[in-house]
Design a protein around this ligand. Structure first.
Ligand SMILES: *[C@@H]1O[C@H](CO)[C@@H](O)[C@H](O)[C@H]1NC(C)=O
Ligand SMILES: *[C@@H]1O[C@H](CO)[C@@H](O)[C@H](O)[C@H]1NC(C)=O
Ligand SMILES: *[C@@H]1O[C@H](CO)[C@@H](O)[C@H](O)[C@H]1NC(C)=O
Ligand SMILES: *[C@@H]1O[C@H](CO)[C@@H](O)[C@H](O)[C@H]1NC(C)=O
Ligand SMILES: *[C@@H]1O[C@H](CO)[C@@H](O)[C@H](O)[C@H]1NC(C)=O
Ligand SMILES: *[C@@H]1O[C@H](CO)[C@@H](O)[C@H](O)[C@H]1NC(C)=O
Ligand SMILES: *[C@@H]1O[C@H](CO)[C@@H](O)[C@H](O)[C@H]1NC(C)=O
Ligand SMILES: *[C@@H]1O[C@H](CO)[C@@H](O)[C@H](O)[C@H]1NC(C)=O
Ligand SMILES: *[C@@H]1O[C@H](CO)[C@@H](O)[C@H](O)[C@H]1NC(C)=O
Ligand SMILES: *[C@@H]1O[C@H](CO)[C@@H](O)[C@H](O)[C@H]1NC(C)=O
Ligand SMILES: *[C@@H]1O[C@H](CO)[C@@H](O)[C@H](O)[C@H]1NC(C)=O
Length: 485
């Protein structure tokens, strides 16, 4: 490229920048947790590296969506001091994911020093702890509880039909063929992992857990720990990706991807809330695990288009759905002027270097989808209400016993009941603490309890939490005995 043409290109770019100011009205971020210890050595915890990754990703999104100097700033968002009505953060009850969320939020809205000083009636000044640290509540997403301590993520979905569907993969020929053809290779790993994974469990059946253990060691363990060659590690990753993608998504049996269906429903509900509230709620962030990415990638046609999307995203990966418009003015434009853009970044997003990239959804070519089309296409598979979830999952007991009765009365009654409780969108999750104080809890009933479960998470409930799903998990991937260390 000549200097002249480079200059022309630069000029053209800056003209586009100035002339056509696309406005960002809101966004939904789904963020994977950071680097952690190995699942085979549960309980897992977020490492300092993982903490840093999440903090940096949070800073990246501060730079993109919050900072007043950003070309992608969300219109009207509070730039220094967080406004809790604008932002919603949620995570399942899981130590690694919750801590990742806190790290990300620290980067998203960093401490503000003395700017938040408060002057009391008696004239004394109070500065908030940790140099003006900002508190952002995280509400609870029930699905995915304890996922980082679970080798089989579907068991944390709590969805009956999805668990059966994932299990069916273990009866498929493609699974059985790989189990057989890789038998010798997996057995040969014994010297590397024998103290942790017994040799009768060294097979494709535990492809993820084995790769995870070695991958964590390749990042953290000293040179005293012998590891397979990098080519062998790549091979193990390909096998683990194959295993996990097939457990997370099947084109023949979409309920397997229930995690992606639920997320899709949450995205539509939250972005819709941004529109219908006239922009009062602006930014939603949900923290989670790779299986939700894989399920969504499958459902959205990304996996079929690009084989990279059948691979697990790296730690601290982000996907985001941006609500964008070219309409001029400053208020909320009409729905017909609003579009959605899906973006993804593999691994930690770092300000100034790697960037989010837009990808077309649903086998289309355009990366900017009109809102109405996005809603229509997403609703082909999205699950947005509790009764829909119960029906799709085939669960009829517990929290689903009332919706089972409703749906037998006829679909119209079930849909009207879901829309009345459906008003309780996730978008308000971040302010649930305030809502409770105001006594507005009545609106948050059924849905709160389950997939869309929004509870204020207290440390005590986290500590006391334990799932009764050990038997499900052991069906697919026997829990390894913890070595006495
Ligand atoms: C002002 O009120 C605060 C809170 O009640 C108290 O901690 C502080 O000591 C008071 N300062 C003075 C100068 O009375
Ligand atoms: C903020 O409060 C701290 C602690 O009371 C005080 O040292 C500092 O001078 C205050 N700064 C401003 C700008 O008010
Ligand atoms: C759904 O059914 C499965 C299997 O019966 C059960 O393990 C799970 O806890 C149920 N989920 C809910 C939310 O009741
Ligand atoms: C890596 O180090 C940890 C902590 O010392 C140890 O528990 C684990 O077994 C090691 N991993 C491997 C694969 O040897
Ligand atoms: C889906 O079903 C078809 C026909 O039954 C079969 O050929 C194909 O292998 C299945 N695909 C998957 C991913 O299970
Ligand atoms: C958006 O929210 C409004 C008001 O709650 C509701 O009537 C409408 O059906 C929702 N639209 C979508 C696409 O969810
Ligand atoms: C995308 O195309 C693939 C086949 O190329 C198909 O299996 C899949 O269902 C399509 N997905 C969507 C969301 O249209
Ligand atoms: C998949 O990822 C690799 C490595 O990042 C890249 O070189 C390749 O172009 C990607 N493939 C597609 C189809 O995007
Ligand atoms: C992200 O990176 C991992 C390897 O680190 C790869 O397996 C996966 O396919 C990548 N995903 C995408 C969408 O590029
Ligand atoms: C705004 O206009 C630019 C230039 O025509 C286009 O690339 C972009 O996709 C448009 N954005 C929306 C949201 O329509
Ligand atoms: C739903 O129906 C079952 C069996 O008919 C009954 O045991 C249960 O109490 C009903 N649940 C509700 C909430 O009415």
């Amino acid at each position: 490229m000549t200097i002249q043409s480079a200059f022309t290109l630069l000029l053209a770019l800056s003209l586009v920048d100035m002339g056509n100011a696309e406005r960002i009205l809101g966004a939904y971020i789904f963020q994977r947790h950071g680097d952690r210890t190995a699942k085979a050595l549960a309980p897992t915890k977020l490492t300092d590296l993982g903490y840093t990754e999440e903090y940096m990703s949070g800073s990246f999104f501060n730079n993109r969506y919050i900072s007043s100097s950003s070309a992608f700033q969300i219109e009207g968002i509070s730039t220094e001091i967080v406004s809790l009505s604008q932002i919603t953060a949620s995570a399942p009850q899981d130590t690694v994911i919750q801590n990742s969320g806190q790290a990300f939020l620290q980067g998203l809205y960093p401490p503000i020093g003395t700017a938040a000083n408060e002057t009391l009636r008696n004239g004394s000044t109070v500065q908030s702890p940790l140099n003006g640290y900002q508190l952002i509540p995280m509400s609870d997403v029930q699905s995915g509880s304890g996922s980082e301590d679970n080798t089989w993520l579907q068991s944390t979905s709590s969805c009956s039909k999805a668990e059966v569907s994932s299990n069916n993969y273990l009866f498929s020929n493609s699974y059985k063929d790989l189990l057989k053809s890789t038998e010798t290779m997996y057995q040969s790993l014994s010297p590397y992992v024998s103290s942790i994974i017994p040799s009768d469990q060294l097979s494709f059946k535990n492809a993820y857990t084995i790769w995870d253990l070695l991958n964590v060691a390749s990042i953290h363990n000293g040179t005293g720990t012998a590891l397979p060659s990098s080519q062998e590690m790549k091979n193990l990753l390909v096998l683990a990706n194959n295993h996990e993608y097939n457990l997370a998504y099947s084109s023949n049996d979409t309920i397997r991807a229930v995690a992606g269906m639920t997320l899709a429903g949450q995205v539509v509900t939250a972005l819709n809330k941004t529109i219908t509230s006239g922009g009062k709620s602006k930014l939603n962030i949900q923290f989670g695990a790779y299986s939700t990415f894989l399920s969504y990638f499958g459902l959205a046609g990304l996996g079929a288009e690009n084989v990279n999307f059948t691979g697990m995203p790296d730690y601290a990966s982000s996907m985001t759905w941006e609500l964008v418009t070219n309409a001029s003015g400053s208020g909320m434009p009409s729905e017909s002027d609003i579009s959605v853009r899906f973006m993804f970044h593999n691994g930690t997003s770092i300000t100034g270097s790697t960037q989010l990239q837009a990808y077309p959804l649903y086998n289309l070519t355009a990366t900017t989808l009109p809102w109405t089309q996005f809603v229509h296409d997403t609703n082909q598979f999205a699950i947005s209400t509790q009764s829909q979830w119960c029906q799709s999952c085939g669960n009829t007991t517990g929290i689903c016993s009332s919706s089972a009765n409703e749906s037998s009365d006829g679909s119209s009654s079930s849909s009207s009941s879901s829309s009345s409780s459906g008003g309780m969108s996730l978008a308000v999750a971040g302010v649930i603490g305030a809502m409770v104080t105001l006594g507005v809890l009545a609106g948050f009933t059924a849905l709160v309890m389950i997939v869309f479960g929004l509870r204020f998470v207290r440390k005590s409930t986290l500590a006391a939490f334990s799932r009764g799903s050990g038997s499900d998990a052991s069906m697919a991937a026997p829990a390894f005995k913890r070595p006495s260390v």
